[in-house]
Design a binder for this molecule. Structure first.
Ligand SMILES: Cc1cc2nc3c(=O)[nH]c(=O)nc-3n(C[C@H](O)[C@H](O)[C@H](O)COP(=O)(O)O)c2cc1C
Length: 203
């Protein structure tokens, strides 16, 4: 893939729906079996926005962040997403864009790196939450680590609830080999994978 690749704009996220937060809370459960149905670009955009999107003009996000330092990064591994080539993408909250990183369907490889958990490869897309700790530990020192871990939990719950509201499902996968995931995703040295979340229509 050439160095300079055009960002892919995502459809505007919706900020309202007919389903209540209370209803999504009753529906939330880990989903580990997915239908073969593809996701649309609009569904993917909505999920990314729910996890890390901007919800106010000053640049703050749907997920709270200690000191508004935003240590989390969000990657999309697309397998079967309409109008999007299989591959790895980085979400940019400010623009609500995807930056292409790697080409090809990498779901089987990340499932292998995740202790062969079958559900990791079976969702049409996977959201990967990573952290650049230094953004937070630079200000808060050792305490920054716990802040980052709290934040990834909040982002993952946003994803769970947004998925449920859309008739989709996900599971937070924390069991994987860091070194294998780092190598597969070509992550920079200061970026660390925290959660892998396959998403699709529940079976
Ligand atoms: C930090 C964290 C790590 C997890 N890691 C995995 C995992 O590697 N594989 C998996 O199948 N589920 C994983 N889960 C999902 C839990 O197994 C699940 O939330 C739990 O069994 C409760 O079920 P429920 O989510 O349906 O309420 C993880 C959950 C959390 C919060």
């Amino acid at each position: 893939m050439p160095d300079k690749v055009a960002p892919i704009p995502l459809p505007e996220p919706r900020t309202d729906s007919d389903i209540s937060v209370e209803k999504t809370l009753t529906m939330r459960t880990s989903i580990r079996e997915f239908k073969k149905t593809s996701l649309t670009l609009s569904q993917v955009g909505q999920l990314l926005w729910a996890a890390q999107g901007m919800n106010r003009p000053e640049g703050h996000r749907t997920t709270p962040s200690a000191g508004a330092l935003y240590p989390l990064e969000l990657l999309l591994m697309a397998g079967e997403v309409e109008d999007l080539d299989p591959g790895l993408y980085r979400y940019t909250p400010e623009e609500h864009h995807l930056i292409p990183l790697l080409k090809g369907d990498l779901r089987k490889d990340i499932a292998t790196a995740s202790l062969d958990q079958a559900w990791v490869r079976e969702g049409p897309a996977i959201l990967i939450l990573t952290a650049i700790y230094e953004r937070t530990t630079g200000k808060y020192g050792q305490r920054g680590y716990r802040y980052v871990h709290m934040e990834v939990g909040a982002a993952s719950q946003n994803l769970h609830l947004q998925a449920a509201a859309m008739g989709l499902g996900t599971v937070a996968v924390g069991a994987f080999h860091d070194d294998k995931v780092n190598a597969l995703l070509h992550l920079p040295n200061d970026e660390h994978p925290l959660l892998i979340m396959p998403i699709g229509k529940p079976h």
